[in-house]
Design a binder for this molecule. Structure first.
Ligand SMILES: C[S@@+](CC[C@H](N)C(=O)[O-])C[C@H]1O[C@@H](n2cnc3c(N)ncnc32)[C@H](O)[C@@H]1O
Length: 516
């Protein structure tokens, strides 16, 4: 690939724009994103933020409401925050019309300062791109299925005895995991009890994930000052909705091997959080644990691993590596494996299967405006912009990881279950090609479920149907693309307002079902 770079003439963005190679520039151009404008946009906004200049345009700021707080109250407080800000115009948060209202997504002016917002600090709102909401909608509801013929199988769900199991295989820092837990009680599925399992290979990211669950009071823990939450109101209104219990567990583990059978030589994945255990330990209150409480928690977690792994019904099988199951140890390759002829090897521990699996895979993040901006910042300090995209060896390693994650996710699905594969990359290699590989590799079992998102049910391709408060969506034969989009140049004057066009990052998602 030609690594020639050209220099952009814009004074503010000169340094950063000149770091962008031509191949990267044309990559973005094919997705309708003018990378030089993005660089401009970013430097303009950095300047505007620093000087509180209201003349900048900003990509939309999407937020998702925490359903454990009263929705009206959160909206009222948000409106107050907008009214008292000097940077943004006084306005109402606007709901996203093409996404299930129960997902709780709203758009705010792009320069709304999220981290400084009291609503955000209190855990009333999450900062989350609307395309991520689409991934959760596709995962847990059939309302976006293009060929949907029947209502969700809620009857079946409400009568089934076993819990509904959802896996998020690359879960950290946990925004989609929280959205899964928040949406499930309100989604069309309505199972009576639910287990949500999050897995991530990164120890520090899974630690962040645990903190995020705590910040947002998950799982379902009503705030003492909120007598009526959205969920409880809905429960009262809808008599057929049964009490929902959600258990959440987090594992620090490699998602590419999470499905493998574990015998006594291997260690089961490390369970780092169990909601039930956390509630018992803290009595439902958020509090810092002392050393002995942490030791008790570790012990409890160790015994709990069996809830997600079983040994073919043989409850007496010892856990793999009985001495210390909670520490991942590398096997020393120099030490020969002991031959095991005992029953342990005949009944290895296996991960239980799931009804829904989300594989929000590690990717080159080239579709995320925030990540591009971060990269440009890093590039100014001597880094490289999108090295994963422009380095063939790194890209193919990454694609291999994505395939392994997608394949593991698929193997962990129950027959009849569905998975969503998603990335925030625009590259075909990491999206459509991975999906095509999945369909080929699991040809006898995998089928693609076409999904679509549109406003007011307008047909795909009709002008206006997919631009109003909606992303530029393109539904291809192998998935849905949310193309990145910036606000029109020099649109605003004075304080920033909500732009009626979606402005945000790129995203890809595909829904795959495992045939029965
Ligand atoms: C795109 S991020 C996930 C974002 C997350 N779903 C959310 O909404 O907050 C990808 C994640 O994959 C994790 N990851 C990378 N390789 C992995 C592997 N082999 N197994 C499990 N997780 C992995 C990374 O640590 C990273 O947290």
């Amino acid at each position: 690939m030609d690594k020639k770079t050209t220099t952009c003439a814009t004074e503010d963005s000169n340094t950063s724009s000149s770091l962008i190679s031509d191949d990267l520039r044309s990559f973005y151009a094919t997705h309708g994103l003018d990378i030089d404008r993005l660089v401009d946009h970013k430097s303009q906004n950095d300047k505007a933020r620093a000087t509180s200049d209201g003349n900048a345009t900003f990509a939309s700021r999407f937020v998702r409401l925490n359903p454990r707080f009263d929705r009206e109250e959160t909206l009222r407080r948000l409106k107050e925050e907008l009214a008292s800000s000097s940077d943004v115009a006084s306005c109402d948060p606007v709901p996203i019309p093409w996404l299930d209202d129960k997902l709780g997504f709203y758009v705010l002016p792009g320069n709304f300062r999220l981290v400084q917002s009291p609503c955000y600090q209190e855990g009333r709102i999450y900062g989350m791109d609307v395309s991520s909401g689409a991934a959760i909608g596709a995962l847990l509801s059939d309302r976006y299925d293009k060929n949907r013929t029947v209502e969700a199988n809620s009857n079946h769900m409400t009568t089934r005895q076993e819990p509904f199991r959802v896996l998020d295989l690359c879960c950290a820092p946990g925004l989609k995991l929280c959205a899964i837990a928040d949406y499930l009680p309100q989604a069309t599925l309505q199972p009576s009890s639910t287990i949500v399992v999050g897995v991530d290979v990164s120890e520090h990211r899974i630690a962040t994930c645990k903190k995020i669950l705590q910040k947002y009071h998950l799982p379902i823990k009503q705030q003492p000052d909120e007598a009526t939450t959205e969920i409880s109101t809905q429960k009262q209104q809808s008599s057929h909705m049964r009490e929902q219990k959600i258990q959440m567990r987090l594992y620090c583990a490699d998602g590419t091997t999470f499905d493998q059978p574990y015998n006594h030589n291997q260690l089961l994945p490390k369970l780092v959080f169990d909601s039930q255990s956390a509630l018992e330990e803290t009595g439902g209150k958020r509090k810092r644990m002392n050393k002995s409480a942490r030791a008790r928690e570790r012990k409890r977690l160790k015994s709990l691993v069996t809830v997600d792994f079983d040994c073919g019904g043989d409850r007496h099988q010892p856990l793999p590596s009985a001495d210390n199951n909670n520490h991942q140890k590398e096997e020393d390759p120099a030490v020969p494996r002991k031959e095991d002829t005992s029953s342990k090897q005949q009944h290895p521990w296996k991960a239980k299967l799931f009804d829904r699996v989300l594989v929000d895979a590690e990717c080159s993040t080239d579709g995320s405006l925030k990540h591009i901006a971060k990269q440009i910042n890093a590039a100014v300090n001597g880094g490289a912009v999108a090295p994963m995209l422009t380095n063939a060896a790194e890209l193919s390693k990454l694609v291999e990881l994505q395939k392994q994650l997608a394949a593991t996710g698929f193997r962990l699905l129950k027959p009849g279950g569905t998975m969503v594969y998603s990335t925030c990359s625009l590259s075909k290699d990491q999206n459509e090609n991975v999906v095509a590989w999945m369909l080929e590799t699991f040809a006898d079992k995998a089928e693609l479920i076409p999904v679509e998102f549109s406003v007011g049910g307008a047909a795909e391709g009709e002008s206006g149907d997919n631009t109003l408060m909606g992303p530029r969506v393109s539904t291809g034969p192998l998935g849905v693309r949310f193309e990145p989009c910036l606000p029109p140049p020099n649109e605003s004057g004075g304080t920033a307002t909500i732009t009626t066009n979606y402005t945000g990052g790129g995203f890809f998602l595909a829904k795959i079902r495992k045939r029965k």
